[in-house]
Ligand binder design. Structure first.
Ligand code: CTP
Length: 406
């Protein structure tokens, strides 16, 4: 088998669904990008688009069956699993996602997914109710945890006449994702743990203490780290944001829950980024019943919470540890003091106050580390997050190479 070294080898799995017609355009674009594309269709997929179409576009015989003597003689299914550099399933039906999660191998495509060591991405396409069903969501959560990339779905008008999430991403968008995926990012394969959002500290069953953090910065960092190739674990306080494409999203409420979620996952983490606005104090006792307004004065007794960031930084085999500092005055001075006091590898400081910092889409950051500093000028939180992740990757590599040369 002739393999051009510079041409990425993509195994495109097509499963049953109306969106299968978009696979034709995807094959065309991938070929134009210079990729070699081997299409494998499930039986159901062949009802929506013919193998002849995809064969003509890919320039290779389309494989549909596990037990196909001529095809197996040309390239056996194990050989095909090894040939693939990346596996992309587009569209991925609800049924196929369930199969993938369960590890079934009752047709060619599911067998290949089990047999390959190549990274797998899925572009789901299904009716919005099927998408929202807990079974589908649970399957996706497990697949993400295993490192499967989940791209989309988009929200909009569906072939069944309904409107909602479940449309497969367009071929152009999928092609861009594949292109980025093929280019190894600076954090490729690294485990990155991020905290985000506010915490809620219960006063009684209906009330809590919290803050104005929206979680936008932490979520943008999670997205940027995932784009850089990291395996991201996001521990998030309550937010109204759509989940970014992370390997694991852990939802917590209180500072204590956030602390426990982080400590349970920090082992084997390369980089820890504390972007959450964790409550510094929590009510000493949580009243079991709703507090009645019976007295003129109400005194709340608060106790300090555990500092998650400082605790991670104190670990003997700690990850590269990045903190945030929200200050109202003398930004650089306070941030540098915090960097030293908590023993961090890096700190990102921003000014907060009326109309700046929290609840807004734009921000600017002062990034400090032992022996250096850089100012990231006013930009959207996603742009800032991408710049900060690039800087973290740079400092992380510098720290490790210094360690190696010792
Ligand atoms: N942080 C944390 N756990 C806490 C409190 C804060 O992980 N219980 C993290 C935040 O996620 C952020 C940084 O610590 O990365 C912010 O520290 P901050 O609370 O601003 O600083 P303090 O050291 O508490 O100093 P001060 O309140 O005096 O500003």
């Amino acid at each position: 088998m002739q393999v051009h070294p510079a041409r990425p080898r993509i195994l495109l799995g097509v499963t049953g669904g109306i969106a299968a017609y978009k696979a034709a355009e995807l094959v065309r674009r991938l070929r134009a990008m210079g990729a070699e594309v081997q299409v494998v269709m499930t039986k159901a997929a062949t009802r929506f688009v013919t193998p002849w179409t995809l064969q003509a576009l890919s320039g290779r015989p389309v494989r549909t069956r596990l037990w196909d003597q001529t095809a197996e003689a040309a390239m056996g299914h194990i050989e095909l699993a090894r040939w693939a550099e990346r596996v992309v399933i587009a569209p991925a039906s609800a049924d196929f996602l369930a199969k993938l999660r369960a590890g079934l191998a009752d047709d060619l495509l599911s067998t290949l997914c089990l047999a390959t060591e190549a990274p797998i991405a899925v572009a789901p396409a299904m009716n919005r109710r099927m998408w929202r069903h807990p079974a589908t969501q649970e399957n996706l959560a497990v697949l993400k945890k295993r490192g499967v990339q989940v791209w989309g779905p988009a929200t909009g008008a569906q072939a069944c006449g309904e409107t909602g999430p479940g449309r497969m991403l367009e071929a152009a968008e999928l092609c861009e994702r594949i292109r980025a995926w093929l280019r190894p990012g600076p954090l490729n394969g690294k485990r990155v743990l991020i905290t985000a959002g506010p915490t809620r500290e219960a006063i009684d069953p209906v009330r809590f203490l919290s803050n104005r953090s929206s979680g936008k910065m932490g979520y943008a960092l999670a997205q940027a780290a995932a784009e850089a190739g990291a395996q991201v674990v996001l521990v998030s306080g309550p937010t109204a944001l759509a989940p970014p494409p992370v390997a694991e999203l852990v939802r917590v409420e209180s500072a204590k829950e956030m602390y426990e979620a982080v400590m349970a996952r920090v082992e084997n983490t390369a980089i820890f980024i504390a972007a959450a606005a964790v409550a510094d104090y929590t009510p000493a006792v949580v009243q079991p019943h709703k507090i009645k307004k019976e007295t003129e004065w109400l005194h709340l007794e608060l106790v300090k919470t555990q500092d998650i960031l400082a605790e991670v930084a104190r670990r003997p085999k700690r990850p590269f540890t990045v903190g945030f500092a929200a200050e109202t005055e003398r930004l650089e001075e306070h941030a540098r003091a915090k960097l030293e006091r908590k023993g961090l590898d890096m700190i990102a400081a921003n000014k907060v106050g009326k109309g700046v910092g929290f609840e807004v889409d734009e921000n600017c950051l002062w990034v400090l580390w032992p022996g250096g500093a850089r100012r990231l000028p006013l930009a959207s939180k996603l742009t800032l997050a991408r710049q900060l992740v690039a800087l973290i990757a740079e400092r992380y590599a510098a720290k490790n190479s210094a360690k190696d040369s010792r």
